[in-house]
Design a protein around this ligand. Structure first.
Ligand code: ATP
Ligand code: MG
Length: 561
């Protein structure tokens, strides 16, 4: 493991760290072993990133180890593609698993433990229908009642379970249940299922098994086999904890312990793999790595850095109560990171031609120096070409500006960043009265860094030399959903934002961006942070806007202290 987050070293402990430190102090454990246990039924999302940072981060902090364990106990929804993407996402976030393991590796052991339970009279094969079982389970206030299979003898159950395993029964014909307590106020203890029949091919065990363990029967024992000291999961599993402990106790195996924390919820998105899969399958997005998706691969394509995601996970902290985190915090973390690291470039999304009428004709070009990153002197400088025909943003000109408009308007002056002050002297319109070209003069003595003009102008805008500019496609993203909590709606897809993607086909960028490689990140001066997309072709770079420059969240964070 090698991810490093900036840390002051004296932050207060979260509740899991407190437990760990107590366990190390009392000698309950001599080291820390955690695991991240995804089911390979989809791509990982930002919620998983939180869990990854927590599990791997704890191992790192306490010199322990963290496994990646695929919870591949359900053959119907699991695929190799997901297995591969999960490991690469974990690594991209900056973590290396101590071991990469699979719950399916333990199928034989789990089977033998089930036999052990049956022998001890603590599990039975139940042929009741799912409806009958549900009906006899009772409710939290009404105790359950036994089905007629509850008192089958261990010998008979052993034989029946063997037949189950050998594929003699069709799917749904029977299940293996633990014999615990049908009157327990905790419904999870009312004789939960251990195994169900599925005549399905498994991505790793093939057709070897047709009985598959339930989550509860697998998870704690897998933890125990791997000697997981602190098994961290999300709050909804808290009621499962007594069952987790019951199995470990009955089997007399390594006493792993489960601790629950609040799952990460983010507004304006959904975060269940099932719903994300629907978005992919129904074509609402281009794929799991669509830059609008809250998946790790989507965030990566959008331009997020691993550092920004780790910092986000840290700021969110480890809570015991559910809450919804503002997506603005995630964006804030990216801005903070890229502000320090991303090189600045000029790009014009919606170009307006500017002719500098007093600049020599005949192709004169000046290469002017500009800083790559004012926040980082080591980033050095580059040169940008200045010539008679320029491009500026359409937005940076107004024919009839309101008061305090500091950009270009007829007769006004503005500074072109790292270049000259220009004055707007005229405009050319098309037959629809739209301004299609500006005429300006430049002040030769106003060159940035050696300005002797004595002029004071308020506005500074970015620009490109028309002849040198490179065409590019730019994709602007907005929230994927219009509602803060789309999952709370009956149909979460109803609140999909129809304007979540705007494609600008004919943006122009400075020549230095011609060779941008997929994944390269930049700040486009005054526009935001952008990342080159894998769709970039030779001579036609494609950029995703990762995040805008505007920063409403920063104020909030300052206010909080
Ligand atoms: P989903 O409902 O999105 O499919 P899941 O919990 O079923 O999520 P798993 O693959 O079982 O997904 O999760 C792997 C690990 O990640 C588990 O320990 C789970 O608790 C954790 N996890 C999943 N979602 C979140 C979340 N939103 N916040 C924090 N941890 C999460
Ligand atoms: Mg799950």
């Amino acid at each position: 493991m090698n991810a490093e987050n900036p840390s002051t070293g004296n932050e207060p402990l979260n509740f899991i760290e407190e437990i760990i430190e107590e366990d190390l102090r009392t000698g309950r454990h001599s080291g820390v072993q955690t695991r991240f246990p995804p089911e390979p039924n989809g791509y990982l999302h930002i919620g998983h990133a939180k869990s990854i940072c927590l599990n791997f981060g704890l191992a790192q902090k306490y010199n322990g180890k963290c496994n990646l364990r695929y919870d591949d106990t359900n053959p119907s929804k699991e695929e190799q593609e997901y297995v591969d993407s999960i490991l690469s996402d974990v690594r991209w976030l900056g973590f290396e698993p101590d071991q990469v393991l699979y719950a399916s590796d333990y199928f034989q052991q789990l089977y033998e433990w089930a036999v052990q339970l049956i022998r001890a009279g603590k599990a039975y094969v139940d042929f009741s229908t799912p409806e009958e079982i549900a009906a006899t389970k009772g409710t939290p206030t009404v105790p359950g009642t036994p089905t007629k299979y509850r008192d089958t003898s261990p010998e008979e159950n052993l034989a029946l379970f063997e037949r189950m395993k050998n594929g003699e029964f069709p799917e749904g014909h029977c299940v293996l249940r633990a014999k615990i307590d049908l009157t327990s106020p905790n419904m999870h203890l009312r004789d939960p299922y251990l195994y169900r029949i599925k005549h399905e091919h498994h991505h790793r065990t093939g057709d070897k098994w047709c009985i598959y363990p339930m989550y509860d029967w697998a998870h704690g024992q897998c933890d125990s086999i791997e000697k997981i000291t602190h098994s961290i999961c999300t709050l909804e599993f808290a009621p499962h904890r007594p069952l987790y402990e019951w199995f470990i106790e009955q089997l007399g195996i390594f006493p792993s312990r489960q601790y629950e924390f609040a799952r990460l919820n983010l507004n304006y998105t959904v975060m269940s793999k099932r719903k994300l899969l629907q978005l992919v399958q129904e074509g609402h997005v281009r794929g799991w790595d669509d830059p609008r998706m809250p998946t790790i691969s989507g965030l990566r394509r959008r331009g997020y850095t691993p550092e920004s995601i780790r910092e986000f996970a840290k700021r969110v902290g480890v809570a015991k109560r559910e809450n919804i985190i503002d997506v603005g915090l995630l964006e804030f973390c990216l801005r903070e990171d890229l502000n320090k690291r991303a090189q600045r470039r000029f790009a014009v999304l919606r170009p307006l031609k500017v002719v500098i009428t007093n600049y020599p004709e005949g192709g004169q070009v000046e290469w002017l120096e500009t800083e790559n990153n004012p926040e980082d002197p080591e980033a050095g400088k580059r040169t940008v070409p200045f010539s008679r025909e320029l491009l500026i943003e359409q937005d940076d000109f107004m024919e009839n500006p309101p008061p305090k408009y500091f950009r270009l308007s007829p007769g006004s002056m503005v500074r072109l960043k790292s270049a000259y002050i220009i004055k707007c002297t005229g405009m050319v319109k098309d037959s629809h009265d739209r301004v299609v070209e500006l005429h300006c003069t430049y002040i030769p003595e106003s060159r940035s860094g050696q300005d002797t003009s004595g002029l004071k102008v308020q506005g500074v805008i970015h620009w490109l030399s028309a002849a040198h500019a490179q065409a590019a496609e730019v994709r602007l993203y907005d929230r994927l959903f219009q509602l803060e909590d789309p999952a709370a709606e009956e149909d979460f897809k109803k609140s999909l934002n129809p304007h979540s993607l705007e494609v600008i086909q004919n943006a122009m960028v400075e020549p230095a961006l011609k060779e941008a490689q997929a994944g390269d990140r930049f700040q486009f001066t005054r526009l935001g942070y952008f990342c080159a997309d894998p769709d970039s072709g030779v001579g036609k770079p494609v950029f995703n806007r990762s995040v805008t420059l505007k920063d409403t969240w920063a104020k909030e964070v300052k206010k909080q202290g």
